[in-house]
Design a protein around this ligand. Structure first.
Ligand code: FAD
Length: 338
């Protein structure tokens, strides 16, 4: 594994730093409402695309530019951890499928143009073999979305009801029965290679917590001067650094032709733990000052409340902590089943 960038990677690094220095200044402060946030993020994505930083490794003809949002319709009310038991059904007709069922926790569903829906096309044993992946146009008749508000106060995900939705056959991804394979590949990236951008985000949050702790005081003492606070921040930093190295390893293996398989579950565990430790540390550290309500501190305080509350979901989305441990025990370590 090579941990130092090559000359061309260094040049790209420098180019991106210059781009960020110019472009990021007004993109960093996100508005408080989700709808406004989506608009800002769409604009940011468009700027990155124009600069050539979106889909960089894709063939030119798939480079896009319309910035569409897609979402993932996997989970159902009775099929989360046990995803293979899903009941949404797609019945094949001449040139289309008819899709019926219910999905839940669909992130960004209400903003999305397309949804990758896992649906049962065969009754098989084991049941994961009869699942296919259909790309559903969210504007199709029979699609109903009900946003659900999270503990953060934002309705970031939604329920998705599919009532005899007609999906053209050309929207079947790969072959009938390939849905499970595609879903596992997608989840492998969500649990593994996604750690690369995540560790950058966590590091910026840590730096932000350190900055706030240096600026804020209690009884004339800067919060950062407390030795216990320094140890807690150091622990949070170690979690992020460990994640960074695992992210490099995972992405490195993938770029060298390796599969993103069950090992990604260990990265997901580290990713969730690093995020929760950092968010809890920041809340604990800044706690005595969070109620001050000085106008210039409100936005910063809200950021930390939201970051802490959202971090609770890190051990659930993409497969729960318990499920990642089961995968590691079963498919990586080959431990006997109980
Ligand atoms: C913020 C967020 C965003 C999400 N976005 C999406 C999305 O875009 N698309 C989508 O399809 N889904 C999404 N999900 C759903 C997510 O994948 C599921 O919540 C997750 O897989 C758990 O399923 P569940 O909620 O049904 O919990 P359950 O499966 O009911 O689990 C409940 C509890 O039982 C434990 N448990 C269950 N089975 C076992 C077992 N065999 N061994 C040990 N413990 C077990 C679980 O660990 C958990 O603690 C999202 C979830 C969150 C929180």
């Amino acid at each position: 594994m090579q941990l130092t960038p090559t000359d061309s990677e260094r040049r790209l690094q420098e180019e991106i730093r210059q781009f960020l220095a110019v472009e990021l200044a007004d993109a960093i402060a996100l508005p408080s409402t989700l709808v406004e946030r989506i608009e800002v993020l769409r604009g940011w994505q468009a700027r990155c695309h124009r600069a050539g930083y979106v889909g960089r490794a894709w063939p030119r003809e798939f480079g896009g530019g319309g910035e569409e949002i897609w979402c993932q319709g996997f989970s159902e009310p009775e099929a989360g951890s046990d995803l293979a038991s899903l009941r949404t059904r797609a019945v094949e007709h001449d040139d289309h499928f008819v899709l019926s069922g219910q999905k839940t926790w669909v992130s960004w569903g209400q903003f999305a143009r397309w949804c990758g829906v896992l649906a049962r096309t065969e009754d098989t044993t084991p049941n994961h073999r009869g699942i296919s992946m259909l790309i559903v146009d969210m504007r199709s008749p029979g699609v109903e979305l009900r946003p659900m508000t999270q503990i953060t106060g934002h309705a970031e995900f939604c329920e998705l009801f599919l009532d005899d939705v007609v999906v053209p056959k050309e929207n079947l991804l790969a072959e009938r029965g390939d849905g499970w394979k595609i879903a596992m590949h997608t989840l492998g990236h969500e649990r593994g290679t996604a750690a690369l951008p995540r560790q950058v985000k966590l590091r910026t949050w840590l730096d932000r917590a350190v900055r706030a702790a240096a600026e804020r005081t209690v009884d004339g003492e800067a919060l950062i001067d407390d030795p216990e606070a320094q140890v807690a921040l150091a622990r949070a930093l170690i979690g992020i650094e460990v994640l960074r190295h695992h992210a490099y390893r995972t992405v490195g293996e993938f770029l060298n032709g390796g599969a993103v398989g069950p090992q990604s579950s260990s990265v997901k565990l580290l990713m969730a733990e690093a995020e929760q430790r950092l968010a809890a540390t920041a809340l604990d550290l800044l706690g005595p000052t969070l109620q001050h309500g000085a106008p210039e501190e409100v936005a910063e305080n809200d950021f930390w409340y939201e970051t802490y509350l959202y971090s609770r979901a890190a051990t659930v989305y993409g497969g729960t902590q318990q499920i990642q441990r089961n995968i590691i025990a079963d498919r990586v370590l080959g431990l006997p089943r109980e």
